[in-house]
Design a protein around this ligand. Sequence first.
Ligand SMILES: NC(=O)c1ccc[n+]([C@@H]2O[C@H](COP(=O)([O-])OP(=O)(O)OC[C@H]3O[C@@H](n4cnc5c(N)ncnc54)[C@H](OP(=O)(O)O)[C@@H]3O)[C@@H](O)[C@H]2O)c1
Length: 317
Amino acid sequence: MTTKIGLGLAALGRPDYINIRSEHDIDKSVDAFRTNALKILDESYQLGIRDFDVAPSYGLGEQFLQDWNDSRAYKDVNLSTKFGYTYVANWEIGFSGKHEIKEHSLEKLNTQWEVSKALLPNLKTYQIHSATLDSGVLTNATVLSRLQDLKQKHNLKIGLSSSGTAQVNIIKEAKKVNFDGVDLFDSYQVTFNIFEQSTFEILKQLLTQGKTVIIKEALANGRVFPNTKFPKYNPAYEDLKTLSGKYKVGIDAVALRFVIDVLKPTLILSGGATIFQIKDNLKALNFDLDEHEILELKSFGLTPEAYWQERSDLKWH
Ligand SMILES: NC(=O)c1ccc[n+]([C@@H]2O[C@H](COP(=O)([O-])OP(=O)(O)OC[C@H]3O[C@@H](n4cnc5c(N)ncnc54)[C@H](OP(=O)(O)O)[C@@H]3O)[C@@H](O)[C@H]2O)c1
């Protein structure tokens, strides 16, 4: 199976998002974001991207994707969305509270589905947003049956996304869920990158079992780019710089290529916020790393505890 690159709308639908750069000199009005999002969706399609991922909590991202999907009416795009988080920052720039509230209840599923179903029939994958063991969603019989019901009625793949130190255990728990011996979950959206590789074995197993594996945060929210705030990554930064020079692509393309070569996932999500970033990201499809280079990059994985502690300290900009 050849890995594809898809586009995630997390940075396109709301004025603030997690990244590591604080200076963004851009117009943050709703109109400007809508125009930009539709333009980026059009240009991404022209560049060959056919997979687009969104969630109700990405501000107006789901609305922008619906507008684009309805007006362009392409028949060859695969859309994915999620349920479980609600956007509450109300487009307030620099909003200081929590931007997203999590709720994995049947009521939330039904309410969000009523909006998301407008993406049908191009909606192919419907996911639990950030499933955790704590939220109990993976043992909530009413939520799971409702997902099974949606799967059968609309011919959807049911998936989940995971974050945090327990990603492996979340996937293990999800694999147990079945209806009449048939797995509920067909698709797993997981964080995997040079610094967080703890899911390697289980993702390989999922791929062997024919499941869809979608990689998010492949650039570690921008931490793969040289940054004086993270001196512990200097050896990785050196290596990435050498490989970027050798293959004449950006560091982003090397980091994405690492994921493609080591894991061969079904899809990697680009989180690019500009068409320049997306074009740079797509260069990952045009070269291969050799075995020695892959091993070298593999050596930079942190423990999940160290990785996720740092991730939770990142600010929204
Ligand atoms: N299900 C979940 O819980 C969940 C969580 C996170 C993400 N996701 C999905 O995964 C997608 C991708 O994840 P992500 O955007 O969070 O993480 P990411 O791909 O690790 O990082 C994206 C960031 O990298 C920087 N970047 C990308 N290309 C660049 C380039 N060529 N040059 C310089 N900087 C570049 C940008 O930072 P700047 O903005 O600073 O320019 C961009 O925001 C999201 O859109 C979303 O669909 C899902």
